[in-house]
Design a binder for this molecule. Structure first.
Ligand SMILES: *[C@@H]1O[C@H](CO)[C@@H](O)[C@H](O)[C@H]1NC(C)=O
Ligand SMILES: *[C@@H]1O[C@H](CO)[C@@H](O)[C@H](O)[C@H]1NC(C)=O
Ligand SMILES: *[C@@H]1O[C@H](CO)[C@@H](O)[C@H](O)[C@H]1NC(C)=O
Ligand SMILES: *[C@@H]1O[C@H](CO)[C@@H](O)[C@H](O)[C@H]1NC(C)=O
Length: 188
């Protein structure tokens, strides 16, 4: 009985280490040994570039972002929660590559700008299950916004870099933003 239990645990460990590379979630032992491999073998950093779009829809039928709290001061301190689909092309129906999940908060008395505390969660191909987190200032009416990538998971463990955002389409009345994203990250 005991033997078969440990055999199945071993099998599970084998399966998870075969399919790893950030595709499936790993336990603390696998994560620790990954860190040991990186530091012992002094593995070089890789640079990865990603390009996609996300769709932020706050009005209409299929809403992807909702206001969850707000102050009594117009347009300041509005907190919104989002689960925005990410696609290869600017059309919502183009290939889905993940979801941008997290919080936006309006954080300026001067102009409407945002604090962005969000995670790009990838669901496609080799990046399925991996993620990149951004945290920073997003003055969303500017042509380009540079938001720091502060970390990642899966294939993007220890990532750091920059996400450049650009409004491909926006109409506040329609509550519709299509944002083009270019990411450059260093990771292992
Ligand atoms: C909303 O989502 C449904 C189901 O995915 C889809 O059939 C419909 O076309 C969408 N509506 C709009 C306005 O995008
Ligand atoms: C907002 O709320 C604060 C605290 O309750 C109050 O003092 C202030 O008058 C309110 N401002 C407006 C514009 O309602
Ligand atoms: C991504 O992984 C999940 C499980 O981890 C799986 O259910 C899903 O089919 C995968 N998606 C793709 C596009 O491979
Ligand atoms: C935004 O959408 C509204 C409603 O569809 C439209 O009336 C308006 O002209 C649009 N604004 C811009 C700047 O395109």
């Amino acid at each position: 009985m005991k033997k078969s239990t440990s055999a199945s645990i071993l099998l599970l460990t084998l399966i998870s280490s075969i399919t790893l590379n950030g595709v499936v979630s790993e336990g603390p032992k696998e994560v620790e040994s990954w860190f040991e491999t990186i530091s012992r073998d002094k593995l070089p950093e890789k640079m990865t570039k990603l390009h996609f779009y996300f769709h932020d829809l706050s009005k209409g039928k299929n809403v992807t972002a909702v206001v969850v709290a707000q102050s009594n001061v117009t347009s300041f301190g509005v907190l919104a929660s989002a689960d925005d689909p990410m696609t290869v092309g600017p059309e919502l129906m183009s290939k889905r590559v993940g979801y941008l999940k997290g919080l936006y908060m309006t954080a300026s008395f001067e102009e409407v700008d945002l604090l962005m505390a969000m995670t790009f969660v990838f669901t496609d191909e080799i990046y399925n299950g991996s993620s990149l987190s951004v945290m920073g200032h997003n003055p969303h009416q500017h042509l380009y916004r540079e938001v720091p990538v502060v970390g990642g998971s899966g294939r993007f463990r220890l990532a750091r870099g920059v996400a450049t955002l650009h409004n491909y389409f926006h109409n506040l009345t329609m509550g519709k933003f299509i944002v083009e994203v270019d990411i450059v990250v260093f990771h292992y």
